[in-house]
Design a protein around this ligand. Structure first.
Ligand SMILES: Cc1cc2nc3c(=O)[nH]c(=O)nc-3n(C[C@H](O)[C@H](O)[C@H](O)COP(=O)(O)OP(=O)(O)OC[C@H]3O[C@@H](n4cnc5c(N)ncnc54)[C@H](O)[C@@H]3O)c2cc1C
Length: 429
């Protein structure tokens, strides 16, 4: 059985109808700060600019946080893909240290929103399991964790194959590592909480309003939107994997890559607990990434990944995702899929997030699939920079934000790359 009787091609998080409020409909014509994009980045930045007394408007072409921020996997892990030695070799030790410190601070800041400020978004410090897909990957994984720079080392426990059932009940892995500092959230509730925080200090958030063009005028920008013209002294692009031709320069630097998630039908909580003890997040060492977790109520498995080489319609990807899920958990062979959805992750060519400014036009994007902590953290940071030039720049601002020849916003090379990665994964390389 692949499809459950109640199957819908909608996002599971949106079943929680209280999770996302309606954005406002009244559009101001002049503001100090216009933020394009109402995800974690835009909402976090908006709170800072509004707190500093700047009139702040956030617009989104769709519903509130309708991009990645209401539809992701809700997994929180340490957030930079390049390891510390690679960053050190490329940009110097001080920059690498600065970036890694910010990565740790991002996760701590997200935890603090839940634990110190009491925001309700199902924050759970459950830890994460990184499964080794081959015996060779297991050795490499353990060696990589052993080599971590002590100041930035992630607290972890090595799980050998004979102990695998403690971490995940799957025949797929040859052991792995539990990272105890990882956590999970309810992504749409996080977006709703950030929205409340932004509007509570005076920011206005307007949905269904697409920015169509951006022109520099004396003292700022004139932005033509689908609902009229707005003048703003400063503009922030918080558009991540949905970055469009509004700014061609930015569009050439962010690659939208579809990521797909399915949610099972309701399961016996004891089965979910046996498959993924402690409700941890699960990822593995394959190049074509999968990310898996229980739903916050412990009644479903949420299985995310990439179903096909090119982008596809969500219902078409369900049989493949179901087969991938059953390969990981054969016990789910007779369990149907109840929800399926997708979104566009914003990747960059150096696999690093980027933020910066060019004469009043700010950007903060490209989290490469790690935006739950990073977008929340860097959104706040860029908001502070917008209102106060004395705020020290992020270490990420040291990195050049580059594009590649022949790339104009459509990653035509992606199907080839995914096919090649899949072949390497199959060969266990
Ligand atoms: C399926 C999926 C699973 C993921 N899982 C995880 C995970 O487990 N952990 C993790 O850390 N990260 C995950 N991510 C990534 C994470 O969700 C993002 O990095 C993060 O939400 C980015 O937030 P953002 O505010 O920068 O962008 P978004 O939330 O994508 O918001 C950008 C917004 O800009 C708007 N926009 C774009 N152009 C315009 C325009 N011209 N005018 C008006 N509005 C515009 C869009 O409508 C969109 O709402 C996942 C992403 C996806 C898609």
């Amino acid at each position: 059985m692949v499809f459950a009787a109640d199957y819908k091609a909608t996002c599971y998080w949106q079943d929680d109808v209280s999770a996302l409020p309606e954005a406002s409909h009244t559009l101001p014509q002049h503001v100090d700060v216009l933020i394009v994009g109402s995800g974690y980045t835009g909402l976090s930045a908006a709170r800072e600019t509004a707190l500093a007394g700047r009139s702040t408007l956030v617009i989104d072409s769709g519903t509130l946080a309708g991009g990645c921020s209401s539809r992701n996997g809700g997994q929180v892990a340490f957030s930079f893909k390049p390891d510390h030695p690679s960053l050190s070799a490329q940009y110097g030790r001080a920059v690498a240290d600065g970036i890694y410190r910010e990565g740790l601070a991002a996760n701590a800041a997200l935890a603090a929103l839940a634990t110190k400020e009491g925001l309700q978004f199902d924050w759970r410090p459950v830890g994460g399991f990184l499964g080794a897909h081959t015996p060779r990957h297991f050795k490499q994984l353990v060696a990589a964790f052993a080599r971590q720079v002590p100041e930035f080392a992630e607290p972890h426990e090595v799980i050998t194959r004979d102990r695998l059932a403690e971490a995940v009940d799957s025949p797929l892995y040859h052991g792995g590592v539990i990272v105890t500092s990882d956590a999970s959230v309810h992504p749409a509730r996080l977006a709703a909480a950030l929205y409340e925080r932004a509007v509570s200090v005076g920011a206005t958030v307007v949905g269904h309003c697409r920015a169509l063009s951006l022109n520099r005028i004396a003292g700022g920008f004139e932005v033509l939107t689908s609902r009229g013209v707005i003048r703003a002294a400063k503009v922030l692009l918080a558009t991540n994997g949905y970055t469009d031709g509004l700014s061609r320069w930015h569009q050439r630097r962010v690659m939208p890559v579809g990521s797909y998630i399915v949610a099972t039908e309701l399961l016996d909580p004891a089965l979910v607990q046996r498959l993924i003890p402690s409700g941890r997040n699960v990822c593995d060492t394959r190049r074509v990434v999968v990310y898996v977790r229980p739903s916050p109520d412990g009644r479903r498995i949420l299985f995310g990944g990439r179903a096909s080489a090119g982008e596809t319609e969500v219902t078409r990807c369900v049989p493949v995702m179901h087969a991938m899920m059953c390969e990981m958990f054969p016990a789910l062979a007779n369990v149907g899929i109840s929800r399926a959805w997708m979104g566009f992750v914003g990747f960059t060519f150096d696999q690093m997030a980027h933020l910066g400014e060019q004469d009043g036009l700010y950007h903060c994007l490209g989290y490469c699939g790690q935006g739950v902590p990073l977008a929340t953290f860097y959104g706040r940071h860029i908001g502070r920079r917008i209102v106060d030039a004395r705020v020290p720049p992020s270490a990420l601002e040291e990195l050049p934000f580059s594009t590649r020849p022949y790339y104009h916003g459509r990653p035509w090379f992606l199907p080839l790359a995914v096919q090649a990665y899949r072949t390497l994964d199959r060969l266990g390389i």
